[in-house]
Design a protein around this ligand. Sequence first.
Ligand SMILES: [Zn+2]
Length: 70
Amino acid sequence: MFQNYTFNLNKKLSKSSLWYCTSRSFRGCRCTLKCDRENPLIVETVEGEHNHDPPQYFRSESGVWCKLRG
Ligand SMILES: [Zn+2]
């Protein structure tokens, strides 16, 4: 989870991993996070903007969501 939005892991690169917003498929949201490959808590860059409000409820599947610790 990042700034109240949730993301799914899309693919792993050599040094980082790409996470797509969970609303990408059914809302066409283009927001993508690039995180550290080994530690997804570290968000390197945010690309695109959300075209929707944050979801109000989150599933807690450890290791699935990209989270940023304050
Ligand atoms: Zn989004």
